[in-house]
Design a protein around this ligand. Structure first.
Ligand SMILES: CC(C)(COP(=O)(O)OP(=O)(O)OC[C@H]1O[C@@H](n2cnc3c(N)ncnc32)[C@H](O)[C@@H]1OP(=O)(O)O)[C@@H](O)C(=O)NCCC(=O)NCCS
Length: 331
């Protein structure tokens, strides 16, 4: 979907990550791995992990607080709170509800969306549509993930890849001077849903002693196939959204890709013909934080001065679902 004269802007951003840092060396002590393998195969050096009792809603609320302060708005000004998460604190109610209470957004309707690593970008597109329709003015879109709660710390092929954290953006009515969300492309391929999933713990296969002893509540993935799909889908989404917004890759000041694997990021960048200094990377410090990864990266890029008002960014996401997308935004 594209809008020729955008009515929505990304007005502010924020993030929150737990204090606890887990290094590759820490993993050497619990699974058969090495700092050298993790660094060369993924680009990850460390990731964050929630403290005991620190949950998805806590990080989401903190990221939301920082985002509202950045915009100079009060919690009461938020009309809609969208929380993207693959790690809800409870299956009922939505984690957005607890986040709303923690933030004190008394006037907001709050709900979760579930689109794994692509969820935050899907949420931004939804916010854009809600504002463009004239229904709402301020939509807080948060991605928050406590991946450490769903990782199998005996499986070296998955546990080293992910980290905890939250990122957020306030999407508001605005635009003018070319600013705004110019367009978003989203796609899903449910035929490959089981390439990255948690087999048990949902309504189809509730947890039992057997599922637990088979460790079926944890994330399982076909890493190599996911890798190939990620590169193809992110490249294709970027090309679609560049075409539909009438932009070329040379118009983009900064590409902000989902941070899953440095080799995926490099492959997408090389296929798009964009040099590394126009690609934001922080996977070395956070690992894959699923739907929090792009808003964390966007917030860091803003605070480091890599982008500012008027910068054109291309964000692209990919993850379980399979679900992916890309968006062109003038900040
Ligand atoms: C998971 C991933 C890092 C594995 O890298 P890879 O180069 O594809 O490695 P392979 O799966 O081919 O495994 C190569 C070997 O390394 C081993 N290995 C896997 N994880 C390891 C680890 N943490 N430490 C040491 N060795 C490991 C494998 O067991 C395999 O050994 P084998 O050849 O004896 O069977 C990579 O496939 C990947 O990043 N995929 C995408 C995952 C992703 O992004 N998921 C989230 C999507 S949002």
């Amino acid at each position: 979907m594209t809008s020729s004269s955008p009515r929505t802007v990304i007005r502010s951003t924020g993030m929150s990550v737990p204090e606890k840092v887990v290094t590759n060396a820490d993993f050497e002590a619990i699974v058969d791995t090495s700092d050298e393998w993790i660094t060369t195969r993924t680009g990850i050096k460390e990731r964050r992990m929630c403290a005991e009792g620190q949950n998805t809603a806590d990080m989401a609320a903190e990221a939301g607080r920082v985002t509202l302060a950045d915009a100079g708005l009060d919690p009461d000004d938020v009309d809609i709170l969208i929380l993207s998460t693959a790690t809800p604190d409870h299956l009922l109610p939505a984690t957005a509800c607890e986040t709303q209470a923690l933030l004190g957004c008394e006037n907001a309707a709050a709900f979760d969306i579930s689109a794994a690593c692509a969820g935050w970008l899907y949420g931004v597109s939804l916010a854009d549509a809600m504002i463009t329709s004239g229904m709402h003015e301020n939509v807080l879109v948060i991605g928050s993930e406590k991946m450490s709660a769903i990782l199998d710390y005996t499986d070296r092929t998955t546990c080293v890849l992910f980290g905890d954290g939250a990122g957020a953006a306030l999407v508001s009515v605005g635009g003018g001077n070319g600013r705004g969300i110019l367009g978003t492309h989203m796609r899903t391929n449910g035929r490959q849903a089981r390439l990255l999933w948690r087999p048990a713990g949902g309504a189809a296969l509730p947890s039992t002693d057997e599922t637990r002893s088979d460790r079926m509540e944890y994330v399982k993935q076909e890493g190599r196939e996911i890798f190939k799909q990620a590169v193809m889908c992110m490249e294709s989404a970027c090309r679609h959204v560049l075409d539909s917004t009438d932009r070329r890759i040379s118009d983009i000041d900064l590409v902000i890709p989902h941070q899953a694997n440095i080799r995926i990021i490099d492959a997408v960048a090389s296929r798009l013909g964009v040099e590394r200094d126009r690609v934001f990377v922080n996977i070395d410090r956070y690992g894959n934080t699923s739907s929090a990864s792009i808003p964390i990266a966007l917030d860091e890029a803003r605070r480091q001065g890599r982008v500012g008002e008027g910068s054109t960014i291309l964000m692209t996401a990919f993850g379980g679902g399979l679900a992916w997308g890309a968006s062109v935004v003038v900040l």
